[in-house]
Design a protein around this ligand. Structure first.
Ligand SMILES: Cc1cc2nc3c(=O)[nH]c(=O)nc-3n(C[C@H](O)[C@H](O)[C@H](O)COP(=O)(O)OP(=O)(O)OC[C@H]3O[C@@H](n4cnc5c(N)ncnc54)[C@H](O)[C@@H]3O)c2cc1C
Length: 484
């Protein structure tokens, strides 16, 4: 990336968060710690993106292209030592204590540097989120304890979330579509648990996973009313990884086929019983679709920054390409769209902190416990044993259900869908347009611009295709009012 020399974007002095999202200036007056921490997160993330991720982006893409199972573990260790792999865990318990806003700020910087590498370690959060939204206190604390310990010992722990099947991607995410879903995987009730059989597909990090969260129905003729969520450690007998997909982009992030051959899941690992699986999926999507919108924004920004760096050093007709009037207008046009989508992304991130699952950390009993109770006790086995008590577990889950109501899940899913479509369509548009500006040299892999184009496509498809996400917005915001 020798052509990255101008002090803009990833190379700009930081923080410029408030300049990029001016509504945060007023918020900083009211909530100086919240916004101040996001500014610090931006400093931290930009440095990580610039110094660790960007220099490796093209090399890892090429090596993963040759071998889809390739992992640069030294790169993972470098990232892990910054604690970015457990940034979402409260500071008191060993993480970086990120809010939703911090996480979005972090994502923007890292994705701008490389989508594949960021997805490789960042999508782990989606799997862990599956455990957090369950809000079973003993499970959450066990997961946190294990992740913190692993980070300290430089030992990777990967989580994967698997809902997609061969003939059911979009169908697994929406009630209307699930009613006619053609399931290949199914779970059969046995004494003390369930036995899972079948194949799941396109699972991010599925090939690296230590733990999987899987949705499977118990009656293939009625998936909507029998979909359940299971927690499956990858070492369970009968589980195996199939093909690792050869994708056009985001190659550093593995996407795998998963096989289940009489995989036994004990009752205690049934995280949502038959009939509740879709609700679990919807709750995850109500967070992750907005995250994918931010990811799209990062791809667009990464493409534009590469184009700016290139056009500042490329001479045409005796002057720099960036001095051409039409180039300046095109760049301003793309930047304008990035600014608009960014505002909505940060708005969504703040909503996650205010009305969604992250609000729980602001709740008095949780806040007080984090402040007053020693870390060793919180993560110790005696507390986890105590929290297994059904009455206690019920009351903690009740607290969560009180904040994250079904209405809020659906509201955030719709908001997230709008952002997902806006961000990922922008990624596709900008990464295509910069290639028009640069011309044939943009096709060369050494500039990373053709890579942003390849990376953008997958983002339009996963977390529900953009068509399905558009329908989500239609049904919730227009169709419902008209009885459609
Ligand atoms: C890189 C990558 C990573 C992924 N990671 C994961 C993961 O970690 N876990 C996981 O479970 N899945 C994952 N997926 C799968 C992803 O979520 C699905 O690809 C996505 O939901 C779309 O499903 P599909 O590809 O089966 O398309 P389909 O659902 O088969 O859709 C095909 C076409 O039909 C349209 N369509 C489908 N249903 C409807 C409908 N009801 N109304 C209107 N149009 C419709 C779609 O818009 C699309 O144009 C990943 C996919 C990719 C590419």
């Amino acid at each position: 990336m020798e052509y990255f020399t101008k002090p803009i974007g990833l190379l700009a002095p930081v923080p410029d968060l408030l300049r990029n999202a001016p509504s945060l200036i007023k918020m900083k007056e009211r909530f100086p710690r919240y916004i101040g921490r996001a500014e610090k997160t931006q400093v931290f993330s930009r440095r990580l993106a610039r110094e660790i991720i960007l220099p490796k982006a093209l090399e890892v893409d090429t090596r993963s292209h040759r071998d889809p199972g390739y992992v640069d573990w030294e790169l993972w260790r470098q990232i892990n030592r910054t604690k970015a792999t457990i940034g979402y865990i409260p500071e008191k318990l060993g993480g970086l204590g990120w809010s939703g806003l911090d996480a979005f700020v972090f994502l923007e910087e890292c994705i701008t540097a490389c989508t594949g590498i960021s997805a490789f370690f960042g999508f782990n959060f989606f799997g862990v989120l599956c455990a957090f939204v369950e809000f079973r206190p003993d499970v959450c604390l066990k997961v946190i304890g294990e992740m913190v310990e692993a980070q300290r010992n430089d030992k990777p722990i990967f989580w994967a979330w698997s809902i997609t099947e061969a003939s059911a991607g979009t169908d697994a995410e929406d009630a209307r579509a699930m009613a006619t879903m053609k399931c290949s995987a199914y779970a059969r009730k046995l004494p003390g648990g369930y036995s899972i059989n079948g194949t799941k597909q396109f699972c991010s990090n599925g090939s690296l996973a230590d733990y999987l969260v899987v949705t499977v129905c118990t009656d293939r003729s009625d998936p909507l009313h029998t979909m359940a969520t299971f927690f499956v450690p990858a070492r369970t007998e009968g589980f195996s990884v199939g093909r690792i997909e050869r994708k056009c982009g985001q190659k550093a992030s593995q996407t795998a086929e998963l096989h289940f051959d009489n995989v036994f899941v004990p009752d205690e690992n049934v995280w949502e019983p038959p009939g509740r699986g879709l609700r679990h999926t919807r709750e995850i999507l109500s967070v992750t679709r907005g995250i994918i919108g931010m990811l799209g924004l990062g791809i667009a920004r990464g493409a534009l920054e590469r184009c700016i760096q290139f056009a500042s050093s490329k001479k045409v007709r005796g002057h720099y390409l960036i001095e051409e009037n039409w180039v300046q207008i095109a760049m301003a046009d793309m930047l304008k769209d990035i600014m608009v989508v960014r505002a909505k992304c940060y708005d969504f991130a703040i909503a996650l902190d205010t009305i969604h699952v992250l609000r729980l950390l602001e709740n008095l009993p949780v806040k007080a416990a984090l402040k007053m109770v020693p870390k060793a006790f919180i993560l110790g086995e005696s507390l986890q044993g105590l929290l297994k008590s059904p009455a206690l577990a019920r009351s903690v889950k009740g607290l969560k259900d009180w904040i994250v109501t079904d209405e809020r899940v659906e509201y955030c899913a719709c908001q997230g869908s709008a952002i997902k479509v806006a961000g990922t369509d922008l990624a596709m548009e900008v990464s295509s347009r910069v290639l028009d500006i640069v011309g044939i040299e943009g096709m060369s892999s050494c500039y990373g611009m053709e890579k942003t184009f390849r990376d953008a496509k997958g983002a339009q498809i996963y977390e529900g295709t953009n068509q399905a996400n558009r329908l989500e917005v239609f049904h919730q915001e227009i169709g419902r009012g008209l009885g459609l």
